[in-house]
Design a protein around this ligand. Structure first.
Ligand code: NAP
Ligand code: FE
Length: 370
């Protein structure tokens, strides 16, 4: 028995924001949530503001979203949304603005102000008194699939880590996928984000929570990604392939929306928090050893994902990962051991196809990073 739930309406194709502008409008006053550069550089912000102007919708642009947004960053955004009286949100950017928008949508109607019954950290319970503001997603990276997941990953400075919250209430209502928006991604960002997609697809496919539905989508995502990912060894993807990268990313999101991730993600968070390793790169550094351990439990699944990717062995994937992810950051054994005090508590350890203990996590870190 299994179920499948993914309620996001998807519009995909060139100029889809302009072509389907009425689908962008979920209220009367919009807050556009984006990063410092992504909205402008991708061209998506221009398309969105043109669509809102032509439909006489007033809006405010909140472009202060940090990479790996903190809860404080999103609470500030929610204050701005309320001061403006926004009744819907349009998120433009990579996973950071998309995830931040989900938290802003929650905080805007469940203010974490003093005396309120909703404190900043309550968001991680995933249950909200008031239904979050409705949201639209326009991804400008091809990696996280956040446009179709019920997750938001936030940085918690108080706890020196990142943590996710999850709720069916923070699925976007609508997602617009236009490959043009990722054409000008810097090369290393394109690589890191493509590896995030690879990681979602493999972690989802080998996950204890996988189902026939999620496996079907994962294999299609791996096929689309496998056809294209090699191009990133030589340079950024040509325009005609950007649509495929974006679609593979969304398929990866659809998979983890059902299965969640594994320790690759939870063990990657300290690499990002303490060493500034970008999210996708952090996953890629740990994925090799994860795949080897998963292979011991479910070799038939390894055969299936290798075939979908068009690769012969896990070693081939590791070679590609090494080529795409140059990383000259130093890690000490003490640091790695210390991080596992927190990472071992992550819920997704239970979704791995192999037993996870603190010793095993230490061993994976050492094999991958020392
Ligand atoms: P990101 O942090 O959103 O963006 C990385 C960098 O790329 C930023 O500097 C960003 O600029 C820039 N950028 C984005 N689009 C661009 C474009 N089209 N052209 C030029 N530059 C562009 O990176 P991400 O990998 O997409 O997202 C990572 C976050 O998503 C992490 O916090 C991770 O934990 C989370 N995540 C969420 C899920 C989920 O299911 N919700 C899944 C996986 C990961 P700006 O500074 O302007 O933003
Ligand atoms: Fe991810």
């Amino acid at each position: 028995m299994f179920n499948y739930y993914m309620p996001v309406k998807i519009f995909a194709g060139e100029n889809v924001v302009t072509g389907k502008s009425s689908e962008l409008i979920l209220g009367t006053k919009a807050m556009i949530v984006t990063g410092k550069h992504s909205g402008v550089r991708s061209g998506a912000l221009d398309d969105v503001t043109a669509a809102l102007n032509s439909n006489n919708i007033s809006y405010i642009i909140y472009d202060k979203i940090e990479n790996n947004p903190s809860i404080e960053n999103t609470a500030e955004g929610a204050k701005t949304a309320n001061e403006f009286g926004a009744d819907f949100i349009i998120a433009i950017g990579g996973g950071s603005p998309l995830d931040a928008a989900k938290a802003i949508a929650v905080y805007a109607v469940n203010p974490p102000a003093e005396g309120s019954d909703f404190e900043l950290y309550d968001i991680f319970k995933g249950k909200f008194k008031n239904t979050p503001l409705p949201m639209v997603a326009i991804p400008t990276t091809a990696g996280t699939g956040s446009e179709v997941t019920p997750y938001s990953i936030l940085t918690l400075h108080r706890e020196h880590t990142k943590r996710s919250f999850s709720s069916p209430d923070v699925f976007f209502k609508t997602a617009f996928l236009d490959g043009r928006y990722i054409e000008d991604l810097p090369l290393q960002t394109a690589r890191n984000t493509a590896i995030d997609t690879l990681s979602h697809l493999i972690e989802g496919f080998t996950n204890k929570k996988s189902s026939p539905a999620s496996d079907y989508i994962a294999l299609e995502g791996l096929r689309v990604l496998g056809n294209n990912i090699g191009i990133l060894k030589d340079g950024t993807a040509p325009a005609e392939l950007c649509t495929d990268f974006l679609w593979a990313s969304t398929l990866g999101g659809m998979v983890i929306a059902q299965t969640g991730t594994t320790i690759v993600h939870s063990m990657g968070y300290p690499l990002t928090y303490y060493k500034g390793v970008p999210h996708g790169m952090a996953n890629g550094l740990l994925l090799g050893e994860y795949m080897r351990r998963a292979d011991m439990e479910m070799p038939w699944k390894t055969d299936l994902y290798l075939e979908a990717l068009g690769m012969d062995s896990i070693d081939d994937i590791c070679t590609l990962l090494n080529e795409l992810l140059p990383c000259d950051i130093n890690f000490t054994e003490e640091e790695l051991t210390d991080w596992t005090k927190t990472t071992i508590l992550a819920k997704n350890a239970q979704s791995c196809p192999f037993d996870v203990t603190r010793e095993i996590e230490i061993n994976i870190y050492k094999k991958c990073l020392l």
